[in-house]
Design a protein around this ligand. Sequence first.
Ligand code: FE2
Length: 160
Amino acid sequence: MSITKSTENIDATAITAIASHLNHVVAESYGLLGQLHLAHWNVEGTDFLTLHQMFQTQYEELFVAIDDIAERVRALGHYAEGGLKKLAEMSTVPEGPSAAAAPAKDWVSSVLLAHEIVIAAAHKARVIAAEAGDAETEDLLIGRISTHQKAVWFLNSYLK
Ligand SMILES: [Fe+2]
């Protein structure tokens, strides 16, 4: 780890905590990514096309976003966590329906829960970043939270 000049105004201990929280957001986001793919592939029923496409839109956006979050960790002078086993250990996203038939609402619910978990992790990281005066990380996380909140609205609307 090295503190770069661009972040030297932020306390080193705080940067370590921010990087750790960001890595956790990456892990939870990968958990969500896995659920989105699974739902995209296996959802069935009269709403198939709508849900299949919505899940794809969400995982494509998320894949790009995860890269930004991990690269923020690097910009802070720390290293990004990665690899399926490591991220699975770190993630608290539960497995949704397995590779079997399940009602469309079950797929939506599993994805919805995963979004909520990512929001919670991003919110924790955002608070730590705000306290440390790291406005750039905070800005990144505010954007992520807004995007996930919009997805939650979509998914909740489907479940009504
Ligand atoms: Fe596909």
